[in-house]
Write a protein that binds this ligand. Structure first.
Ligand code: PHE
Length: 567
């Protein structure tokens, strides 16, 4: 998952990190194993033996589910709608409409006026409203329910949030994002207008979920929703993906100030006792490396007691390890990762992180296909957020993860585009409540084409290659090297703008786009970049003419929109 952590902070924290090796948490009898899609045979549709140990349905009944939805963006009630908005309401859902010099978007049945900040691209709105996490036989829904089931014994309230449009206040300000956080940049985020974005993470609903907690006297929630980020194109990045977020709070309060001390200890005992109830790691051998969190760059919050923070962090990490253990146990049982997958140890490690809305913060990484990969971000909830939500006497933890990434490991699905496929050869392989190894129905040939161009000279036209070298490109809630976060109309060339153009023209026919060459002309000082675009359909063989035509459109649009000069 691409996290909203800021690369610079994370790197600083990592280089200063103290690590301890922690032994496996419980008596191991089986081994936790990675599933990979590479070892799959490439014929026939799934008829794998299936084993499922999680409930067919989440334990939580529907009465406990609620939609954390945002209020209407413009106009309030329908009688306050302008004439334009009223006509906009009659247009097709999830589309942009222009008339008489005005432009608006109808998204999830609500109207939004567009302005100079809007950067919704034609390819993005048709993806809104599919609610893949709610389609019972879809792998994303199966994954969501598996995650919910891991936490269901503690009676989490499970939310979804249908409308992806949220205010910048909710997405950023309410969570303490600094004004210059790269995640706010137009190059990284889809702006509906200057006050509204397509949410970039489920944390946009944190305050609403905590307020709901306060009102209903519940103390735990999950939220699942689609989130949107302008980003690179490859097998694990798509501009829409799904996140799940979870949080757990402890409150003990007493009006009598003399009793507060007693209450403080009571809460500590509650957390300690709860720790004992977390299941062990299902017996799989997991080597865990843990970052020590008492660190200047990742501090205990001023309002917090150090021991309580340690207990909460321990509680949080053990819960998430139990979740990851469950996912990989299910994957191995379904045969993902090869026949003897269950015997191969899997390594996970905790590293320090930075999020504006948690402290201390952590990331869980898993050793996957030869490299350490981020799986989730988490931390101790920022006290001002709880206070704002009316939970003054509460402390708590929160986590957020990318559902696709877990689902890819769980089912052995090799390409993120497949989740959007409506092809029966894909969809018919999955069944509610079951983990089955994905069997590729066919491998269609790829066809790559290069496009090389001179970029307009500008001092802030940072090199995408340099960005990658310093290793911050993964913090896709904002990449500090790519653009000035405060600029609303960046003049400089930005790699995500190329991605957007390629995606608008090629849609899901684009497998990946990579920078393959870069040089600066020794005399003129002008910079040249060469990108390789890999065209491949997951469902059929593309013809030469089709690919040539797509590529011609891409190069034309690059020239007209980004003012690059083809080489
Ligand atoms: N919202 C964060 C992201 O998308 C993840 C997160 C959630 C981190 C909750 C901490 C707590 O990157």
């Amino acid at each position: 998952m691409r996290l909203l952590g800021t690369g610079a902070f994370v790197r600083a924290a990592r280089s200063a990190r103290l690590t301890v090796l922690r032994p496996a948490l419980s008596a191991p009898s089986v081994t936790l194993t990675l599933g990979t899609s590479r070892q799959q045979s490439s014929h026939a549709v799934a008829s794998n033996p299936v084993r499922s140990t999680f409930p067919q349905q989440s334990n939580l009944d529907d009465a406990e589910k609620s939609d954390i939805d945002e209020p209407r963006a413009a106009g309030g009630t329908s009688d306050r709608l302008s004439d334009f908005e009223r006509r906009l309401l009659n247009q097709e859902n999830n589309s942009v409409w222009r008339d008489a010099g005005l432009a608006g978007a109808k998204i999830s049945g609500k109207t939004y006026m567009l302005d100079a900040t809007s950067n919704l691209s034609p390819s993005i709105l048709p993806l809104v409203g599919r609610r893949l996490y709610n389609i019972p036989n879809h792998p994303l829904c199966i994954t969501r329910k598996l995650i919910e089931s891991v936490f269901s014994r503690w009676n989490f309230v499970n939310h979804t949030a249908e409308n992806p449009v949220v205010t910048t206040q909710k997405n950023f300000d309410s969570l303490g994002f600094p004004a210059d956080h790269p995640g706010r940049s137009r190059t990284d985020t889809y702006y509906v207008n200057s006050d509204h974005v397509l949410r970039t993470h489920t944390s946009a609903h944190q305050v609403a979920a905590f307020e709901h907690m306060q009102k209903t006297n519940s103390r735990k929630y999950t939220i699942c929703a689609d989130v949107y980020r302008r980003d690179s194109i490859d097998k694990s990045h798509f501009p829409v993906f799904h996140q799940m977020e979870g949080a757990w709070c402890w409150t003990v309060g007493d009006k009598n100030p003399r009793k507060r001390f007693e209450m403080f200890h009571k809460r500590k005992d509650m957390i300690k006792n709860s720790l004992k109830e977390i299941p062990g790691l299902g017996g799989r051998l997991v080597r865990v490396e843990d970052a020590v969190h008492h660190h200047k760059s990742n501090p205990v919050q001023l309002e917090h007691d150090e021991e309580v923070t340690s207990l909460l962090s321990e509680h949080l990490k053990r819960h998430l390890e139990a979740l990851v253990d469950r996912v990989f146990t299910e994957a191995a049982a379904a045969g993902v990762g090869g026949e003897n997958a269950a015997d191969k140890p899997i390594q996970i490690r905790w590293v320090e992180a930075y999020f504006p809305f948690t402290s201390p913060s952590f990331e869980l990484e898993v050793f996957w296909q030869g490299e350490w990969m981020e799986l989730l971000g988490c931390g101790i909830v920022s006290q001002p957020i709880l206070n704002k939500s009316g939970l003054h006497k509460a402390v708590g933890w929160a986590w957020g993860l990318g559902v696709e990434r877990l689902a890819m490991m769980l089912f052995g699905i090799p390409d993120i585009r497949l989740f959007w496929s409506e092809d029966e050869r894909f969809l018919s392989q999955f069944q509610e409540g079951k983990i089955t190894k994905y069997v590729p129905f066919s491998k269609f040939p790829a066809c790559y084409k290069d496009v090389a161009f001179w970029i307009p000279s500008s001092p802030s036209a940072a090199s995408p290659l340099e960005a990658r070298d310093v290793g911050v490109a993964a913090a896709a809630g904002g990449d500090a090297t790519k653009a000035s976060p405060t600029e609303t109309q960046p003049a400089a060339f930005h790699e995500n703008d190329i991605m957007e153009i390629v995606r608008d023209i090629g849609g899901t026919l684009i497998e990946d786009v990579r920078l393959v060459d870069e040089f600066v002309h020794p005399k003129t000082g002008r910079k040249s970049l060469c990108y390789r675009i890999n065209y491949r359909s997951l469902e059929r063989t593309l013809t030469n003419e089709e690919v040539n035509d797509l590529h011609r459109q891409v190069t034309e649009k690059l020239t007209s929109d980004l003012h690059v000069e083809l080489r």
